[in-house]
Design a protein around this ligand. Sequence first.
Ligand code: NAP
Length: 328
Amino acid sequence: MSERQHEQVVIIGSGPASWTAAIYAARADLSPLVIEGAGSRTMIPGGQLMYTTEVENYPGFPEGVTGIDMMADFKAQAVRFETRVIMEDVAEVDFSVRPLLLTTSGGTEIESDSVIIATGANANWIGLENEERLAQSGGGVSACAVCDGALPHFRDQVIAIVGGGDSAMEDALYMAKFAKEVVVVHRREELRASKIMQERAFAEEKIRFEWNQTVVDVIGDDVITAVLLRDTVTAEERQLEVGGLFVAIGHDPNTGFLNGQVALKPNGFVETATSWRTITSVPGVFAAGDVMDDFFKQAVTAAGTGCMAALEAERWLAHGGPQEAAAG
Ligand code: NAP
């Protein structure tokens, strides 16, 4: 007889996708267990929203809400319907067995008929101390222009965007609506972005480019006042005065713990059956939120896919999915 805890649905992660999946699964009487993360830099409970100051684009909050308050409310709503939560990471999974097997960072082994992966993706940062300090304090440094760019303190400012991909071009075009000037700082003299995005950015009068430059420091006590640029060719350093910095150098989905057992897209995000389904390559394993979404990456879209994953898991369980999978 197995001594292991047995679950119908385990949800891994604790951002909007995870809590929404939990609310739906709990209300379907599936008594979900959320493994919310142990608080490491890569899997912080609450996910990327914990780095966002004011969320102004989530419907239902006309006055805005902080990312931290929003995640606390999402969690409270899931717990109200008897979601159980453990504050650990998932260290390992074994999806070759039935029931599916998960081992937490504390060494607990949990069996589950179905699993929803909602571990999110981390925005990449340059890795500077002052960048982290001002990002966490809401001092004008952010990794999401769509989330934070419309805040009043960025209006009519010179804004630096770091990166040369589509995200950087999209952020630059978005910020050009509010900013006095947008300066794209790129480490090479050629963009990675698609042709169409490049053309749009080149055509926007308010956007200019600083080629062959990296940001080596972020300057400002409470609020950013400048970035220190270093020329990648000559190593010359100079300050560029700015009122905001957006870092757009890609995202890393949190999939390491899957150890190759779920199919990923070439860019590392979890592959789903179609863009409108949450079914992964493993029957009974579903994916929701930023870990599978390399395109929208919004709190509201993450919540939407969390709902979809819970509904798909519920149907799979109700229609004999576990028995079929066990029979091979
Ligand atoms: P990306 O294509 O990987 O581009 C990342 C950019 O950041 C590159 O230009 C890279 O420079 C730069 N970079 C990476 N690390 C850096 C560092 N430490 N310091 C300075 N610069 C650094 O990422 P993305 O722009 O987020 O796009 C991800 C995917 O989503 C892509 O497939 C993209 O097409 C897609 N996307 C599409 C749209 C759209 O179609 N509207 C919008 C957003 C994203 P190098 O070029 O030198 O490597």
